[in-house]
Design a protein around this ligand. Structure first.
Ligand SMILES: [Zn+2]
Length: 262
């Protein structure tokens, strides 16, 4: 019998805190996750997984950062759209703790930064996105339409199985059963393939819908040229940085120019 043995990395949401997101260049609501590590055989967990760290997931741009629950006075259970009020509850020392970062981003946003910092500042958000891209590549997730397709697929499979069982227990073919079974099998196939397709494309949807617009907003004050973005993409590919997946120079340049318009 074939046995698939591998490592699993279950993540569990602990709640929400306010943290400074250097890609959004602002205080953001972030989900705090614990990250555990364990083993599985044929995707069945082999004993409990051990917590090995924590992550912060920015609710706005989707970036994932290393998290430290010890930094927060409280972790709230419900998310909110008001990051500043949340910061007063969960991260009252945020301004002092991130003072240097606030000052750097203020200088970038106002155009008063040291020109020597421009190139590293253009590269930085891509480096910061590496972990987010790595996690999404390794753990395809099911969104609401994928779950709906999966549910429809299961209904189709149930109709197919029901038709087969009725046919075998009632001594042969009966009018209508073949049609129900055939339709059930078709619905099951379409449902399962749609769910699998959406899970497989979750990563590229994240890149197009969340990562690239967030990068464009982050880079807008630095106004990188198309040639600079092309050069950066080459550098990131050469360095085997996963973030080169998020750098489609033409699309990103167009988004940056749109973000610069008042
Ligand atoms: Zn963010």
């Amino acid at each position: 019998m074939f046995m698939a043995i591998g490592q699993r990395t279950p993540r569990r949401k602990q709640g929400y805190v306010a943290e400074y997101c250097p890609i959004c260049r602002d205080v953001r609501v972030c989900a705090l996750h614990s990250v555990a590590s364990g083993w599985h055989i044929n995707f069945i967990p082999l004993g409990p997984a051990k917590i090995v760290g924590h992550e912060l997931w920015c609710e706005s741009c989707g970036a994932v950062y290393e998290g430290n629950p010890g930094l927060y006075t409280e972790v709230v259970r419900q998310t909110t759209s008001d990051a500043i009020s949340l910061a007063a509850r969960t991260s009252p020392d945020l301004m002092d703790r991130c003072r240097e970062r606030f000052d750097l981003d203020d200088a970038i946003l106002s155009g008063t930064f040291d020109p020597a910092l421009r190139e590293p500042a253009i590269r930085e958000p891509f480096e910061l996105l590496n972990a987010s891209i790595d996690i999404r590549m390794k753990t395809p997730s099911l969104d609401a339409p994928a779950w709906a397709a999966l549910a429809i697929g299961l209904l189709g499979a149930a109709a197919f199985a029901g038709a087969i069982i009725l046919r075998s227990t009632n001594g042969g073919p009966r009018p209508g059963l073949g049609t129900i079974g055939g339709i059930g099998a078709m619905v099951a196939l379409v449902g399962f393939f749609t769910a699998a397709g959406r899970a497989a494309s979750a990563y590229s949807r994240y890149i197009r819908r969340q990562a690239q617009p967030a990068l464009a907003k982050c880079l807008a004050p630095l106004d990188p040229s198309l040639d600079e973005l092309k050069r950066l993409r080459k550098d990131l590919r050469r360095a085997k940085s996963l973030s080169h997946h998020a750098l489609d120079p033409k699309r990103l340049h167009t988004l940056i120019q749109a973000a610069r318009r008042p």
